[in-house]
Design a protein around this ligand. Sequence first.
Ligand code: 5GP
Ligand code: MG
Length: 455
Amino acid sequence: MCAIVGVYGAKNAAKIAYYALFAMQHRGQEATGISTANGDKIHLVKKRGLVTEVFDESSFEFLKGNCAIGHNRYSTAGADSVLDAQPVFAKYKLGEISVAHNGNLVNKYEVRNRLIERGAIFQTGMDTENIVHLIAKSQNDALVDRIKDMLSKIEGAYCLVIQSRSKMFVIRDRFGIRPLSLGRLKDGGWIVASETCAFDLVGAEFIRDVRPGEMLTFEEDREPFSEQIFEPDYHPCAFEYIYFSRPDSIIDGKNVYQTRVAMGKMLAKEAPADVDLVLPVPDSGVAAAKGYAEGLGIPFEMGIVRNHYVGRTFIEPTQEIRNLKVKLKLSPIKHLIEGKRIAIIDDSLVRGTTSKQIVKMLLEAGAKEIHMRIAAPEIKYPCRYGIDTPTQAELISSRYSVKEIAKKIGATTLGFLSIEGLIESLGTERTYSLVSFDGNYFAGGSAQSPGCSDI
Ligand code: 5GP
Ligand code: MG
């Protein structure tokens, strides 16, 4: 996943980038970084940890310049090392460059191997390093042409902010898989960010989404300059709405919260349950549970309390810690639950860890029946475009039927939203990326990518 931000033409660019990253902390908690450019030098601060842990006042004394780019890391490609923080900075023939990337390149191994064959060395496992290498190796004179050259050799999901000492380039892949929006800062200057919730915090005005296949160039004394690099083949990721984005964000014209409520209502139609009470799995299931309860006319209660001082459970690598963390994180309100038939709503079922723990917790709290409902279809395929879904073998829905899973997690019944129901809740005016559910790998289906042979 990850979050990216780019600020251009603002006096306190680093501070604005900092607050934008703070608003988008949910998109990645592993590492964070900001680089700034002041015309003749790029400065960089990056480290493992949360935004509030990594930066302090001294960072902002160092991060000088009116252009800042930043990144919150959620490990997808690459291991969890300190080196794997972004932006990625390099010195090369034309000077200095810094790159932040959200997404996942599907031809990363092929590109990397070709670069290595030709003598390139890599310091990390991140596909972002491929991008820097491809720009540095390009034979074109101007940076903008080198960037275009690089773009012709990568494939998959990417939102990029690229910073030179005086310019900033912003690119969204032709599928528009990951979100990216453009805003205008109140005191002058521009901002691009993965989610519009960043604009709300820094007081920026939302202008529009960056178009699929578009490149925006920011330079001094000029309005942002737009070029359509690729023919759009729009496939925004459905998972941004289901789980990933913040409810207050507007992604490609749709508010995330309202979309989740619509999914819950659809789920009520497709998989109703005869229950006394509807509960969400907080926080990710709240909006869908509200829609589900409304759809059925059944009382809704926040019957499970979440401890907000525990990170997202996915972040921990091993199964034992993951199990413990669910308990640390969630706790039932017993007197609400005792003797009741409960529908419990979550946004998605991946490995089944959370659901199993929650069912156990509700049984221990005295629930009579537990009807688990998932406001997304069954996740059967790993995502190649930047959602950190595990291998197919770990995806519980790829191996077991709905009935079998219900038994495994101990629920009285289990129900999912259908793919058609999801599409209807999202709106049929565009084609969404539904790879986790239907396995349709529309981008880079084969390992062969155009232009890779002439690296
Ligand atoms: P499970 O416990 O079945 O493996 O995962 C389902 C839970 O993980 C749900 O509560 C859902 O909100 C959350 N979830 C789904 N996808 C992701 C993801 O990509 N990252 C994180 N951190 N959590 C996720
Ligand atoms: Mg959740």
